[in-house]
Design a protein around this ligand. Sequence first.
Ligand code: HEC
Ligand code: HEC
Length: 377
Amino acid sequence: MNNMSKVWCLGLSVVVLTLIAASFVLGADAQSSAGAAVLPVGKTIQIKAPLGLPPVPIPADNPPTEDTIALGRRLYYDPQLSVDGTISCASCHAPQFAFSDKNQVSFGVGKKTGNRHAPTVINSAYNALQFWDGRAPSLEEQAKGPMANPVEMAHSLDGVVKRLQADPKYVALFKQAWGTEQINIDLAAKSIASFERTVIAGDSPFDRFYYGHDKKALSPAAQRGLKIFTDPKKANCEVCHTIGKTSALLTDNKFHNLGIGADTRGHLNDVGRFSQTKKDEDMGSFKTPTLRNLAHREPYMHDGSFPTVKDALAHYIGGGNMNDHLDKQIHALDFLTFDERDDLLQFLDSLNGKLPDNVGPPPDLVAAPTTTKASIK
Ligand code: HEC
Ligand code: HEC
């Protein structure tokens, strides 16, 4: 079993366990159990993984079809999912910002803010757990979170269903995708998750060099940067931002404490993964994000505290912020020469890959206003 399938199996068992636990606790309300049983009516399609990425993990109860993906894409870009019709998923995970947010923390309905930066949706299909603290076991479960979150879309799940059910266009689209006119939140979440599984980026200059054996795909500087990135005696970034034999997620899908958000006394302002596990070793640790497509998704880290990749690198050079739970793999890298630091940045820049063409807003749905005024040239 390779690492990816191990991670996926782990993810799956977490999903299964969570589903069992959820039905136990909630007494399995009729609507959600109905949703869990329904399968799409259309032909299952293969989502083709680009060079450098493993096959996209697909849950058994949600095989993607052309119609569920198209429906999910519409829901993703539709501000009608929010209580006042102003905020869509794309408001905080915008295609022009690499499916992330230009703002340090996102603005939801009524300009309310949370305290974490919106991570990219790109390649979230491969995450063993979703959110910085891993509190959602799957994309399906994750998608319901923001709709009901008071500082995000501020709706209720029932409210979303009522809104969609009142729109004849959605009734027809659900019928086409799921064979039922009875909309429920699980079918909406499954559709969004299937769309998200198509938002994947590989085939970067790094992939063409490393997996495609095109020696010209990487500049000499980026090639040196790759060595520094993986060398245990140099930057050793690869210990957490994984590069495999046949594919690279650039994340180990685990949680680590880099001291992001710690003050000078080592006090942490966000407990991170600890909130889910209550284990001391998880205090202040956050999920390792992928380093693919870093361009345009600044600011970085769970609190969006670094405006540039260079700032993020400087944090590692300095050995992270001291606190009682700092990861053992984090130590000062001040021995790296300035040339080596530049090479590392060149390598990180080579991880930008192209997204599929059809992941933007559906042509007949006006793009949701993003919460940000910044624009890229
Ligand atoms: C108001 C801004 C906002 C809106 C609207 C929003 N999100 Fe998010 N999203 C966030 C933030 C912030 C996080 C990280 C929260 C955390 O980790 O605690 C997040 C996390 C995620 C993640 C987890 C990614 C990862 O790497 O763990 C996914 C996937 C995601 N959102 C998809 C969606 C979808 C789908 C919708 C629409 C149904 C949506 N988001 C709506 C701000 C938003
Ligand atoms: C001990 C594991 C570990 C090591 C080693 C490591 N990282 Fe990270 N990296 C993480 C985690 C965890 C985060 C998110 C931390 C947070 O937000 O609190 C992260 C975040 C980042 C980010 C921000 C990405 C985003 O989406 O916000 C960049 C850039 C980055 N790392 C680059 C590097 C580089 C370059 C190196 C080597 C010098 C490196 N990392 C070494 C675990 C690690």
